[in-house]
Design a protein around this ligand. Structure first.
Ligand code: PBG
Length: 331
């Protein structure tokens, strides 16, 4: 018998569901997800965020319920962001250092309720606390000062660690802050508090709804281009990651997500360390808008985009779709 058949048929292994399951290279599970949560003041308060349909700010008592929901869904970590009352915002963001600020109260309440069953990741940057909406301290010209800001971030990080934070996540992009925060955590008796650095964070147009959520959007003058990265740059991301690892970061983050999957892959290949990606607010809003417009099936879009992060080499994904995706994955 002779014939001119193809030697390899890649469709063969795709021909049945069991075979597709067997050959699947990557898998998304609830354990890959980190759920960002917004905190607001008061009690029994839920405030829907218009630009993030389906996402709300919760008062501390209700945040605890969200944290318990995360545990029940198999989501290992929540990420906290406060919407500081506007009368507590100032040029120097002093409220960041208050041991009873919204963030610290939420950390304590969640850790009291969930203990070791849930990790609490806290954002370190001054933007939810400053009257000008920048992530750091500014001079008269509005320039964000590096070393003065690092000193403030160190205090902010130790304040969060004292309240019980498990992972400190500096999102400010100042130079040298990972080293300074690591030293301060060690000196203050927190050798096992981790640092997940927002190592490659870009000056992106995808952060708009987040700034609404933490109430800094209307306050922000100018942009963040003097500290966040230029979207044109890839090699520079590797330098940022190398520095943060040398300074003591346990894991690194790339942000935003889908538009920067090449960076996730390059970081993973170059450093072989835990890399996380943040599918940010504007990405979430885009998927929701597409689904609402009938341009795609919401559930399928959510799972496909999240799986793409795993394929790119991410160890996990921060996403506002976390509870929805976890429910879908549980079937
Ligand atoms: C600020 C911070 C931002 C996000 C997380 N931390 C926004 C910014 O840099 O202006 C964005 C997250 C999102 O858009 O979902 N420190």
């Amino acid at each position: 018998m002779t014939g001119n058949y193809p030697l390899t048929r890649l469709r063969r292994t795709r021909a049945s569901a069991w075979s597709r399951t067997l050959h699947r290279e990557n898998i998304l599970t609830p354990a890959d997800l980190i759920w960002p949560l917004f905190i607001t003041s008061g009690e029994g308060v839920e405030e829907p965020i218009a630009s993030l349909p389906g996402v709300s700010r919760w008062s501390v008592d209700l945040i605890v319920a969200r944290a318990q929901e995360a545990v029940a869904l198999g989501i290992p970590v929540v990420a906290l962001f406060p919407n500081t009352p506007h009368d507590l915002r100032s040029a120097d963001g002093a409220e960041a250092h208050n041991p009873d600020n919204l963030m610290c109260r939420a950390i304590r309440a969640i850790k009291a309720a969930c203990g070791d069953t849930l990790g609490v990741l806290t954002d370190v940057a001054l933007d939810p606390y400053t009257s000008h909406g920048q992530d750091g301290l500014v001079d008269e010209a509005g320039y964000v000062l590096n070393d003065e800001t690092v000193a403030a971030l160190v205090d902010q990080a130790v304040n969060q660690a004292r309240a019980g934070a498990d992972i400190i996540a500096p999102s400010d992009m100042m130079d040298g802050r990972i080293h300074a925060i690591r030293q301060a955590l060690e000196m203050n008796g927190f050798p096992n508090v981790q640092i997940m650095s927002y190592a490659a964070k870009y000056a992106s147009a995808f952060y708009g709804p987040f700034r609404d959520a933490v109430g800094s959007g209307g306050l922000l003058k100018g942009d963040k281009k003097t500290y966040q990265m230029d979207p044109a740059n890839g090699d520079e991301a590797l330098r940022e990651v190398a520095l943060d690892l040398a300074e003591g970061a346990d894991s690194v983050m790339v942000k935003p997500g889908l538009a920067y999957l090449d960076i996730v892959r390059r970081v993973k290949d170059e450093f072989a360390v835990p890399v996380f990606a943040y599918q940010v607010s504007g990405e979430y809003a885009m998927i929701e808008a597409a689904a609402a417009a009938g341009a795609g099936d919401r559930d399928a879009l959510v799972l496909e985009t999240l799986l793409a992060f795993k394929r790119a080499g991410a160890s996990g994904i921060l996403t506002y779709h976390a509870p929805h995706a976890a429910r879908l994955l549980h079937g």
